[in-house]
Ligand binder design. Structure first.
Ligand code: PA5
Length: 445
């Protein structure tokens, strides 16, 4: 179970805050559990790990098996909450180099998460001569980036296999009833999976949104759900000492109140990069509104100690770090002994890479705390599906609580609409004519 070590924030928060915050956390906790707080209609994820659609779960496994048997590649089309969780889990457990590895599962390409023409051409070129399937994921079914990408990959599939066979290779994860994608899926007979009404994009990784691509990569989704269920149970505790999400939410809120404005999520595993991207979206979209909220950033140590380390050590003191530490890795990799000792490293001979990393972690911790950067440490178990399931639920629950502590709706994202409206207007989408004239005038066109 994830343990939270708060001993390295205490000197920055001299007054006891836990007792003062507990009543407010208790209220937020009650609202999450009952789904009767602000945005409560989007709290389906709270009970999801123990209360999910078993029939759909089996269909996900079956579809994953079919994709594994008939495809050398899976193209996952989605943006934001419709892709970051799956990418985070796959890279963390199977490696950022997953596609380069020798394996008996398909390569996985994530597209539709931007508007890069270069990325589009590159992925299509990689699929030349390759049997592939497509999982298009969009809760609304109308988001421009994935919708445009789907046009390209659907055409590619239809040209390669014909319309009927292509339809058998398209899996649509979307709303149960609404949206253009659902209509397209029904019309063409694509297999569909549901993004439940009461679960928003960034809280959806443990639904078909994340589970289908994760299962295709060969990850044990039962274990992922078991880990999440174990954390769901821990997060039911109505008490600071027993509830890790309360502890994390309270600590980061109090640091925010003390003037810290940026939370940096740090990990010592390069494979954690997209889990951090998922975390940034989760917290950024959930808290950043009404002129409030910590700015979520991330670093990858020790690499970024040689780039961002200087700022963290001595820059403006408005940051704190949350450091994820995993248990021992499967490979020891002891440093080889070299009789010539030309590099002077024989003092490390026989020491495992984990041991060296642990000294780097402790050395960095002491330096950063000394430099004025509070450190929250999250001690996780070994990097596996169970641990990631725990971590996903932990971060989600603490995020919901954090939103309620800040008095914002942690489940909406009104600010995301602003750029979309402008983009539609500039692209000439019907219905946006007036806004288009205003924007063109502002741009001097
Ligand atoms: O968390 C969210 O709701 C968003 O990040 C969405 O996931 C993202 O905008 C994609 O939306 P959709 O799944 O409707 O295409």
């Amino acid at each position: 179970m994830i343990q939270i070590d708060l001993s390295h924030i205490q000197c920055f928060l001299p007054l006891p805050y836990e007792a003062a915050l507990s009543p407010r956390l208790r209220i937020g906790h009650g609202r999450l559990q009952k789904g009767d707080g602000i945005g409560g209609e989007f709290t389906g994820w709270v009970h999801l790990p123990t209360d999910y659609d078993r029939e759909e779960f089996s269909r996900i496994k079956k579809a994953a098996g079919k994709i594994q048997s008939d495809s050398q590649a899976l193209v996952v089309i989605g943006i934001g909450g419709s892709y970051l969780g799956a990418r985070g889990v796959i890279e963390c457990l199977c490696s950022p180099n997953y596609n380069l590895k020798k394996k008996d599962t398909p390569n996985i390409y994530f597209v539709g998460n931007g508007l890069s023409s270069e990325q589009l051409s590159e992925t299509m070129a990689l699929l030349d001569g390759v049997d592939f399937s497509v999982n298009v994921i969009s809760k609304s079914g109308t988001t421009t980036e994935p919708a445009v990408a789907f046009r390209f990959f659907r055409r590619l599939l239809e040209e390669k296999y014909g319309k009927d066979e292509a339809a058998k290779r398209i899996y649509a994860t979307t709303d149960r009833e609404r949206g253009a994608l659902k209509a397209l899926a029904d019309e063409n007979g694509y297999e569909t999976f549901v993004v439940p009404d009461d679960i928003g994009g960034r809280y959806s990784v443990l639904t078909a949104v994340g589970l289908l691509p994760i299962a295709v990569a060969g990850i044990d989704i039962d274990e992922l759900m078991s880990g999440a269920a174990a954390m769901q149970e821990a997060c039911r505790a109505d008490d600071m000492a027993a509830n890790p999400a309360w502890q994390y939410a309270a600590a980061r809120y109090e640091l925010y109140r003390s003037g810290k404005r940026i939370e940096i999520l740090a990990a010592y595993e390069p494979s954690f990069r997209f889990m951090a991207e998922w975390w940034k979206q989760l917290y950024g979209e959930s808290e950043g509104k009404e002129n409030k909220g910590l700015f979520p950033a991330s670093v990858e140590f020790t690499a970024d100690l040689h780039s961002m380390g200087q700022y963290i050590q001595q820059g403006e003191r408005h940051i704190f770090e949350t450091v994820v530490r995993f248990g021992a890795s499967a490979d020891e990799n002891p440093v080889p002994f070299d009789p010539s000792d030309g590099d002077g490293l024989n003092f490390l001979a026989g020491k495992s890479m984990d041991y060296i990393a642990a000294q780097a972690m402790d050395g960095t911790l002491l330096a950063h705390v000394e430099g004025g950067v509070p450190n929250i440490i999250l001690r996780a178990g070994r990097k596996n599906a169970f641990t990631l399931g725990e971590m996903i639920y932990f971060f989600e629950y603490a995020c919901g609580l954090s939103g309620y502590l800040l008095d914002v709706n942690p489940f909406d994202q009104p600010g995301v609409e602003a750029y979309k409206k402008n983009m539609f207007a500039l692209l000439g989408k019907p219905g946006y004519e007036e806004l288009r004239s205003q924007l063109l005038a502002k741009l001097g066109r």
